[in-house]
Design a protein around this ligand. Structure first.
Ligand code: GUN
Length: 285
């Protein structure tokens, strides 16, 4: 079997174009995404640049605050406090991880839930747990959009999410188990015993562990959907959690890397910024 490749770039372009049409049709005042980057990590700088490029294509405005790696906790918090109070800013994203020595938790706590385009605040996470509408993290949302686009059946299916991060694994597991999606979800992680046996049960496998090529072809049930969220920097360059070529001979659907979940994260960030503007009454609901 050769898997259908789930084209994240194509779907991102459609989502971005759709947002642009909605924004132009409303002729609304500027909707602004603000990003904060601390330090000079090159991949993080690239991700942030891409976020601004796509914001512009989506018809959003954007603002960026760059802080030196030597910034103090108080300086980072002060920047986020300022953006929180600024009515012309509708979405705030603090690029993670922060450099060693900085604690992201109190920084995230300063983001007003209505501007929380990463879905990381206690309020956003709490709403997700309680099944109430709210802002949901861009990567988990992007994975759900890909499953929808490719008509992947979820109801009653076995989903295994490898990784339990607050950014991806945890919220995605909740989304997959939600009423209406109805997958039977296993959240696996670095301490899971016999990972291969657990993954072999899955109709939908999501690698979100950041372990290079840990998901191998022998672990995949023929015809399964395999979604790669992992990003590892290796000597061979950036690779995902999925051993792509052999796995694509067994799977039914697979996300490429790059070009799968990465672009979807960006598309959903733009979507979340518009949703945030709606929550703030800055764009018609
Ligand atoms: N670093 C890697 N992915 C993300 C993301 O989705 N949001 C933030 N804030 N930082 C990240």
């Amino acid at each position: 079997m050769t898997a259908v490749v789930m084209d994240g770039n194509g779907l991102r372009d459609e989502i971005v174009a759709g947002l642009r049409n909605r924004i132009e049709a409303e002729n609304s005042p500027d909707i602004c995404l603000a990003t904060v980057l601390v330090g000079d990590d090159a991949p993080s700088q690239r991700y942030v640049r891409m976020k601004h490029k796509k914001a512009s294509e989506a018809g959003l405005t954007s603002r960026h605050v760059d802080l030196e790696a030597t910034a103090t906790q108080a300086e980072v918090e002060s920047v986020v406090r300022g953006l929180a109070l600024d009515d012309s800013v509708h979405g705030i994203l603090v690029q993670l991880p922060l450099p060693d020595g900085l604690n992201p938790e109190p920084v995230i706590d300063l983001i007003p839930p209505k501007k929380d385009v990463d879905g990381l605040t206690e309020r956003s996470m709490g709403r997700l747990v309680r099944g109430r509408p709210g802002l949901v993290g861009c990567t988990p949302l992007g994975v759900m959009r890909l499953l929808e686009r490719y008509d992947i059946e979820t109801s009653g299916k076995r989903a295994v999410v490898i990784g339990r991060s607050t950014l991806v694994g945890l919220p995605l597991s909740l989304l997959l188990a939600r009423k209406g999606v109805d997958a039977t979800v296993t959240m696996a992680h670095s301490r899971t015993a016999d990972m291969a046996a657990v993954v072999r049960e899955a109709d939908i496998v999501v690698g979100a562990a950041g372990q290079a090529r840990m998901i191998t072809a022998d672990m995949i049930k023929p015809g399964a959907t395999v979604i790669d969220v992992g990003v590892s920097r290796t000597e061979d360059g950036i690779v995902g959690d999925v051993d792509y070529e052999p796995v694509s001979d067994v799977a039914g659907w697979i996300t490429p890397m790059p070009g799968g979940t990465g672009p979807m994260t960006i598309a959903c960030l733009m979507e979340n910024t518009l949703t945030a503007a709606q929550l703030q009454g800055a764009f018609p609901a």
